[in-house]
Design a protein. Structure first.
Length: 350
């Protein structure tokens, strides 16, 4: 590997922060779509959304209740929440600024537009009518992704960017699925009802997966939805697809082959990819979907830590915020679990 660790680190985390911002928007979008079907009952489903990021303790110190407006404010605009969309894009932009000579001008311009979209948004209008705003966030992420694909040479910078994006995406796809299965349908009597079908449809739509799922499976069942989002080899937001492509970029960077046990990052990521290759959805449901996702998130956090240990020796601007922790059965963050945690430095001055 020829790229300086500082440059590689900044590109990798720039990519992860952009993907994290988009996926936080998708978390919110799941609930917004579900609210159309559930109505007033949906109010009790906003508070658990905070647990998916492991930031519930911080949320409780500054917000009186887990209402829709409070949760959207905290996850979207809160400058004191390092996992908010605004803070993620601000940190991504600052990391991009330090490596301007390694990325294309159109890429820098689109990232700036994305950041300004959130920074200049009218928070009052967004909270009153959020659907269009979060659709714009997803569209901006698509645009930036297209610019990266069209203007960045397929060198080490591109592979670090892709690896960061795919690792973050795999984690967040699993969390979107976990939110639905573990938190959003507490009534056993609701299973198999129209409400259940509507919720699974909303989940797939928020992962931009509804049309591709219907072309592949047609009928809506929990096992088939989980199989599609976790184990599909072709859908670009499926966990299996993301982990496999991330491993391809890692091996291109190292010049190694699968089974290079001198490289812990290759070892950890290769083992995780192999586990996904040789499991099936029936085994997952026998173990428990939530338990499987919980274990997967811990292993993916381990992959992220070994990548940092292997390649990065200098911290980027906005030292990586802690990785999200797996949910536990009582809806509390797993304080002693979830891989290595890293505290963030104060946000860079604007």
């Amino acid at each position: 590997m020829n790229m300086l660790s500082r440059v590689a680190d900044s590109i990798y985390w720039m990519s992860r922060y952009v993907e994290r911002a988009e996926n936080v928007a998708r978390f919110i979008d799941v609930n917004l779509n579900l609210a159309l079907d559930v109505g007033p009952e949906m109010e009790r489903h906003w508070d658990p959304l905070i647990y998916t990021t492991g930031d519930h303790a911080e949320f409780q110190t500054r917000y009186p209740e887990g209402s829709q407006q409070n949760v959207i404010q905290f996850l979207t605009f809160d400058a004191q929440n390092p996992n908010s969309i605004f803070c993620c894009l601000r940190t991504a932009r600052e990391n991009a600024r330090t490596v301007r000579d390694m990325i294309s001008s159109p890429m820098w311009e689109e990232l700036n537009k994305f950041y300004l979209l959130v920074k200049t948004a009218s928070q009052t209008q967004v909270l009153a009518s959020p659907f269009d705003f979060f659709a714009q966030i997803k569209l901006s992420a698509y645009t930036l992704g297209g610019v990266v694909q069209s203007t960045l040479s397929r060198n080490e910078a591109w592979h670090f960017h892709r690896m960061g994006q795919l690792i973050e995406r795999a984690d967040k796809t699993s969390r979107i699925l976990d939110v639905k299965y573990f938190l959003l349908l507490p009534q056993v009597s609701d299973v198999g009802t129209q409400l259940d079908t509507n919720q699974w449809s909303a989940l797939l739509k928020s992962a931009s997966a509804l049309e591709m799922y219907r072309k592949t499976h047609g009928r809506m069942t929990p096992q088939q939805v989980a199989q599609f989002l976790l184990l599909d080899r072709e859908f670009p937001r499926a966990v299996r697809f993301c982990v496999g492509r991330a491993e391809e970029s890692l091996l291109t960077i190292t010049g190694g082959t699968s089974g290079n046990f001198d490289n812990r990052a290759e070892q950890f990521l290769g083992r995780l990819r192999a586990e996904l290759d040789y499991t099936n959805i029936d085994e997952i449901f026998e173990t428990g979907l939530h338990e499987f996702i919980d274990q997967f998130q811990e292993k993916l956090n381990g992959v992220g830590q070994t990548i940092s240990d292997t390649f990065f020796s200098v911290e980027p601007i906005g030292k990586p915020q802690k990785t999200f922790k797996p949910l536990t059965r009582n809806h509390q963050p797993a304080l002693s679990r979830g891989g290595q945690q890293q505290e963030s430095q104060p946000p860079a001055a604007e």
